[in-house]
Design a protein around this ligand. Structure first.
Ligand code: HEC
Ligand code: HEC
Length: 185
């Protein structure tokens, strides 16, 4: 009993620290406010749309966009000029708390996703890896990478890192995987 409650306290503490680092107070943002704050659709919805945005705000029971996702996001690289560019053909690996890991590949927009009905028993917390880079902290319950890895804005220039953002998910240029249609790993 004692060991269990200590374990829980440690888990809660590390989550609080992770959220604190992003300037969150532990309350979820109101979903409709997140959606209302997103830039408008460019063209028509497709697997390439809305790169960098928190996909599950819409692709969820709340947002009702089809298909619903278990997890989704966008991966970027810096080009030779230091500008952010989509990173296609990157392997994103998700290690959940219950079963074997799974992976998804980024498309031409850098977007990747796993549909909810293809991983209905996804069990948080998660560990994730994009290309050769691993996230050190664990993901407590958020299925959108873009909820924490926010796009650049006026108050978050360059890669989008700032008070409330870890910056976009970045991999090294050329960090593609043959299993995802890329060159040598
Ligand atoms: C603001 C809401 C919103 C966000 C954010 C959003 N989507 Fe969508 N998405 C939609 C809507 C609306 C559709 C059209 C389907 C529908 O109406 O249910 C769609 C469709 C799709 C489809 C299906 C396309 C097809 O051809 O059937 C994919 C795949 C997709 N989105 C991926 C993503 C990914 C990946 C992200 C994040 C990088 C994302 N979406 C972010 C609203 C959103
Ligand atoms: C709850 C907030 C949160 C979510 C959700 C989240 N991240 Fe992170 N991520 C962070 C923070 C904070 C860091 C920086 C510290 C660290 O590595 O833990 C980070 C770091 C990373 C890094 C390491 C960056 C580097 O350059 O070394 C990668 C890769 C990464 N995240 C990928 C992802 C992917 C892919 C997703 C979606 C599946 C995701 N993250 C979702 C908060 C989050």
């Amino acid at each position: 009993m004692v060991a269990v409650s200590y374990g829980r306290r440690f888990a809660a503490l590390s989550l609080a620290v992770a959220l604190g680092a992003l300037g969150c107070n532990g309350n979820d943002p109101i979903p409709q406010e997140v959606i209302d704050g997103l830039p408008a659709e460019v063209g028509s919805p497709s697997a390439l749309h809305r790169p960098g945005q928190p996909c599950l705000s819409c692709h969820s029971t709340y947002g009702a966009a089809a298909p619903a996702f278990a997890i989704a996001g966008t991966v970027y690289k810096e080009n030779a000029m230091g500008a952010l560019a989509a990173a296609p053909n990157v392997k994103v690996e998700i290690f959940d708390s219950a079963g074997p890991s799974r992976f998804a590949c980024t498309n031409a927009a850098g977007n990747f996703y796993i549909e909810k009905d293809k991983w209905s028993d996804l069990t948080f917390p998660l560990k994730v890896r994009a290309g050769q880079r691993s996230m050190n902290s664990i993901i407590g319950r958020e299925g959108s990478c873009g909820a924490c890895h926010k796009l650049p804005s006026d108050d978050r220039p360059d890669n989008g890192a700032g008070r409330d953002s870890a910056g976009v998910v970045l991999v090294d240029d050329g960090d593609t995987d043959p299993i995802c249609g890329g060159g040598a790993p």
